[in-house]
Design a protein around this ligand. Structure first.
Ligand SMILES: Nc1ncnc2c1ncn2[C@@H]1O[C@H](COP(=O)(O)OP(=O)(O)O)[C@@H](O)[C@H]1O
Ligand SMILES: [Mg+2]
Length: 344
């Protein structure tokens, strides 16, 4: 990523949830800030629904970065906020200042982005702007993708990192010839860390505290977690704080405790999904890795009804990112939920 940035290339970073994209961006930012050549801005689009809200998020990111000086907010930033019609209010709950932007028309969005770009270009150090959960823009008004693309081209001085969890969508956005972002960035997939590397890493950490963990336990942790950074970290953390010697028995015990704690949340999914969606989700978890959800045997075995309703259910589950396709296999995205579903 540092190579891409130093050589003026934008980056698309994509991976499933909780693999470490956001953590990696923050880690990269530490290095970039340390080099004194770059200034970094982080923006999260997860909660945004339209172009206006994304502009507000970007403006807030800029304000977070440059607005909190001891001398108060600088003249340039003040001018910028005024030009995009942003106002600074105090959040009644936290007491912290917050930006709000009033935007309705897309033309206004283009103007506001332009003003933000001019400000970013005017900084002495190079700006690296990370836009996390970028797949969210596919939920915005149809012209949003093109408007963003134009903006990115308008400010070639600024380096962008587009990060997102919806792998197929991110890939499509940046590789389909008709899409505005076609071939505009370097695609970098973040894959699970290799088991061999992870085994050394985990064993060493336990050894440092004079704790023992068998290699087969680590393989089990890895398998239960599908290599997902978050679940591995959580499991290891709990094992570390509970035991002195760890075998597969302790791994199973702790993993079960983790699932039990989530039960209330998982049970709630049943209420927000249709019956077929719920049954299909359960069946996918039980058959992991499932390659053909439309096969007669699979549908009959789990009593899922008509192929067409399975198709509709999977489409809806994929749209919500509850089900993903990874190397041809259908998976329940949330690995802990997947494991829990196999038990009911
Ligand atoms: N380098 C790391 N070392 C240890 N744990 C990590 C590391 N990176 C990520 N994690 C763990 O993985 C979790 C998910 O990471 P995050 O960056 O939020 O994933 P993503 O943005 O891909 O959804 C973190 O909360 C943390 O527990
Ligand atoms: Mg993230």
């Amino acid at each position: 990523m540092i190579q891409h940035i130093k050589n003026d290339r934008n980056i698309v970073l994509y991976a499933w949830r909780r693999l470490g994209k956001t953590a990696l961006i923050h880690r990269l930012f530490e290095d970039l800030e340390g080099s004194n050549e770059f200034e970094t801005i982080y923006v999260d689009l997860l909660a945004t629904q339209n172009l206006g809200e994304s502009i507000q998020a970007i403006a807030s990111g800029i304000y977070e970065k440059f607005g909190k000086t001891s001398s108060g907010i600088g003249a340039a930033l003040h001018k910028l906020l005024a030009s995009i019609g942003a106002s600074l209010n105090f959040n009644p709950h936290t007491g912290f200042p917050e930006i709000s932007v009033n935007l309705r028309k897309p033309e206004k969005a283009t103007e506001s982005l332009h003003a933000l770009g001019v400000f970013l270009k005017s900084r002495k150090k190079r700006i690296v702007l990370a836009i996390d959960e970028f797949q969210q823009i596919s939920e915005y008004e149809p012209q949003a993708e093109a408007i963003f693309r134009t903006w990115v081209q308008e400010i070639p001085e600024v380096r962008f990192i587009f990060s997102g969890s919806h792998r197929s969508m991110m890939e499509a956005m940046f590789t389909e010839t008709r899409r505005p972002f076609y071939q505009s960035s370097q695609l970098e997939a973040l894959n699970p860390i290799d088991l061999v590397k992870y085994t050394d890493f985990i064993r060493d950490h336990f050894l440092k505290a004079k704790k023992e963990i068998t290699d087969s336990s680590i393989s089990k942790i890895y398998e239960l977690s599908r290599g997902q950074t978050y679940t591995i970290q959580l499991l290891c953390n709990r094992l570390y704080s509970t035991y002195q010697r760890i075998s597969e028995t302790e791994v199973s015990l702790i993993f079960q405790q983790i699932l039990d704690q989530q039960k209330v949340i998982y049970a709630n999914f049943q209420k927000i999904l249709t019956r077929t969606q719920w049954n299909v989700l359960k069946a996918i978890a039980k058959e992991e890795p499932l390659f053909n959800p439309f096969a007669k045997e699979f549908i009959a075995k789990h009593d899922l009804g008509a192929t067409s309703s399975v198709r509709t259910a999977i489409k809806a589950l994929e749209k919500q990112e509850m089900v993903i396709q990874d190397q041809g296999a259908y998976l329940v995205h949330d690995v802990q939920l997947a494991r829990w579903l196999t038990q009911i």
